[in-house]
Design a protein around this ligand. Structure first.
Ligand code: ZN
Length: 671
């Protein structure tokens, strides 16, 4: 009895016309073969399992086929698949077709060997063909060795490189090769192929099951087939035939029916947290893993967002962009469309953002269940939150303390659910004094110019990595002495928040100021610990050396800040306008680790107790500058956009509250 051969191998295409979903590649290659235009180097790039090495082998067969194109045995440029050469290539033992897995043979020695061998003529066939799989793994030195061959290739040499990362192949190599970019295989194409194979293999499977398998393949024919292999192995036999069922495939994949996610979104829409928890609780109790459920929900939400954006409504036929972007079965498209009708595009995007973050974090959470539930509850809660851009734009609209009575129309706030218990709080929020109002009254020169809500909110929307950041409407206390009631989901902000103050300046030199130039001026940070009165210092005449010692000692006095203290002792202090620059020897990565937020707070507090209280503190990473003055070349000039942005109270508060960094500043001012 023959050993079981996996489907992907058994049904590996032997001719170009059998390859599914890569017509743009096969057509070009057939034409080139027909015209005898053979390149010496080919790059086949694209995701895994979509036919790169398969096409390389077919091309190799076509090049070395014994039968000439146009003969009775071989009427077209397709390989005949009958001659000795074709058969040997198919079995993988052709002398002149050498397959090298670059992932394991990536060294210069192997490539040198290859290059030397390439000088000799093929032993029997027309071409000596090298198929380099995972070519991006080849080392630079080895690529250089390869380049020599590609620069002056002997007529009989053809290199074919298959890679998932073509950008990692040096440009010098790429420019000497024909590059074919492979497409992800369309769901319908995969389903069609699975159906053909199921028929040929006498396997019972309905369309839903085949779609599930195809979806699991995610654009990769090989992956879909390998899941089908597993499904067949575990399928019950009905009338002598393996019978695949949707539930069985889902169980194999650890997924659940998307009906669940439709129900969850309906519960979210109805503001019903209890239902959300009940539904998900049943799944978790049944043994489903939170990460897998979250991952599936992310995909579901993504499809809802696409349905919303492309205007795909329930009952319609998916065409054009919708069909391209929604590579799911017709039934699932309808489901996504139904869920999408419940929410605005903004809400769906925010949901997606929340669940993406939840999914990311589940990986290292101990209590995955609670964390996942919390993520789901946020979806309900997000409906009662006012978008941060809305409040920011309100601030710009009223540089004085006058409370705004209406949210900016540009922010397109969602309508509170009619029967929502949060209507009152939401309404109150919009009439309550903005938490930023106290800062507006203390406004810096750019505060009043934050008055372009459209641009501001749009820019924020586009660049914010934390779509769910929102201001809580309820517990706002208008007292200027309290911290702003910014409510952030209780998770770390992994990515730096991009703060785009509007309107600012275009000076190429100050775009992307280094993160370490972030500074907070004490008088504009209404935090309790910072706003405390500077202690009267006896050290009124500190010079920089003394100051350095004072700062270092202050840290040394605090448990756990010894390293920070030593670093400050070793640092170089420089005065630059009103900035006290502390040039450390720490790398950019290590700086915030060694001189952490607590240490920085101590430094700032200490600084304010000296005559240098007016100075802004700036910690700089890297080796000290060789010339005496370690002035950062990217430091913001006084009055520049970066400078104004850094000093802006909102920016400073955001930095403070979210541990954010300014990563980019865009100037939107009129010239
Ligand atoms: Zn042949």
């Amino acid at each position: 009895m023959a050993a079981y051969q996996v489907l992907a191998r058994k049904y590996r295409p032997l001719s170009f016309s059998d390859v599914i979903g890569q017509d743009h590649v096969t057509r070009t290659l057939i034409n080139a073969l027909g015209q005898g235009r053979i390149a010496h180097g080919y790059i086949f790039s694209g995701h895994r399992g979509i036919g790169k090495t398969t096409i390389a082998r077919i091309l190799a067969s076509a090049l070395n086929c014994r039968n000439i194109i146009g003969s009775t045995e071989r009427p077209t440029p397709e390989p005949c698949n009958q001659c000795e050469s074709c058969l040997e290539i198919r079995q993988g033992n052709a002398v002149d077709v050498i397959e090298i897995d670059a992932a394991t043979n990536r060294g210069i020695d192997e490539i040198r060997e290859l290059r030397d061998a390439a000088r000799y003529r093929p032993s029997r066939d027309k071409y000596k063909i090298y198929i380099l799989d995972e070519a991006h793994q080849i080392t630079d030195a080895a690529f250089n060795a390869l380049l020599k061959t590609l620069e002056e290739p002997p007529d009989h040499i053809v290199f074919m490189m298959a890679t998932t990362q073509p950008e990692d192949i040096p440009q010098t190599i790429r420019s000497r090769c024909q590059h074919f970019s492979f497409h992800a295989v369309k769901l319908d194409d995969i389903v069609g192929q699975l159906r053909t194979i199921a028929t040929a293999e006498h396997i019972l499977a309905d369309d839903t099951t085949l779609s599930l398998l195809a979806e699991a393949g995610d654009g990769s024919m090989r992956d879909a087939l390998s899941i089908m292999d597993q499904a067949i192995a575990s399928a019950p036999v009905v009338d002598g035939q393996p019978a695949l069922a949707a539930d069985q495939v889902r169980e194999l994949m650890g997924t659940v029916s998307n009906v669940i996610y439709e129900q969850i979104l309906e519960a979210v829409h109805a503001n019903n947290s209890a239902d959300v928890l009940t539904i998900i609780g049943r799944l978790l109790d049944a043994g489903n893993g939170a990460p897998q459920l979250a991952r599936q929900f992310v995909r579901y939400l993504r499809n809802c967002v696409v349905a919303k954006i492309t205007g795909f409504i329930p009952g319609a036929d998916a065409t054009g962009v919708t069909a391209d972007l929604l590579q799911i079965s017709a039934e699932e498209r309808q489901r996504a469309a139904r869920s999408a009708t419940l929410f605005t595009e903004e809400e769906l995007s925010r949901f997606l953002s929340i669940m993406l973050r939840t999914f990311d974090e589940l990986g290292y959470r101990q209590e995955q269940r609670f964390h996942f539930e919390l993520g789901l509850l946020k979806l309900v809660h997000v409906q009662r939150l006012v978008p941060i851009e809305e409040l920011l734009s309100q601030l710009g609209a009223k540089p004085t303390n006058t409370p705004s009575t209406k949210p900016s129309s540009i922010s397109a706030p969602r309508e509170p659910v009619a029967n929502s218990p949060f209507v009152t709080s939401s309404a109150r929020a919009t009439t309550t004094e903005s938490p930023f109002a106290s800062d507006a009254s203390r406004k810096t020169p750019v505060a009043s110019s934050l008055g372009n809500p459209g641009l501001a909110s749009e820019t924020w929307d586009r660049t914010s990595t934390t779509g769910s950041l929102a201001l809580a409407p309820e517990p706002i206390a208008p007292a200027p002495s309290t911290r702003p009631q910014l409510v952030v989901p209780p998770v770390a902000v992994a990515e730096p928040i991009v703060i785009v103050a509007d309107p600012i300046i275009t000076e190429p030199s100050i775009v992307n100021p280094p993160a370490e130039t972030l500074s907070s001026r004490p008088e504009s940070v209404p935090s309790a610990d910072i706003a405390e009165k500077p202690a009267v210092s006896s050290a009124n005449t500190l010079d920089l050396t003394e100051l350095q010692h004072t700062l270092s000692s202050a840290l040394a006095a605090v448990k756990g800040q010894t390293s920070a203290s030593e670093q400050i002792e070793d640092a170089t202090l420089t005065l630059n306008d009103n900035t006290l620059e502390i040039q450390t020897t720490l790398s950019k990565t290590m700086l915030p680790v060694v001189i952490n937020a607590e240490a920085e707070r101590i430094l700032k507090t200490t600084l304010r107790s000296t005559t240098f209280a007016h100075l802004t503190l700036k910690l700089i990473p890297g080796a000290p500058a060789v010339s005496g003055k370690p002035k950062s070349p990217r430091a913001a000039a006084s009055g520049s956009a970066a400078d104004l942005a850094q000093k802006h109270p909102i920016v400073q508060q955001a930095i403070q509250l979210f541990s954010a960094e300014i990563s980019n500043i865009i100037d939107l001012r009129e010239k």
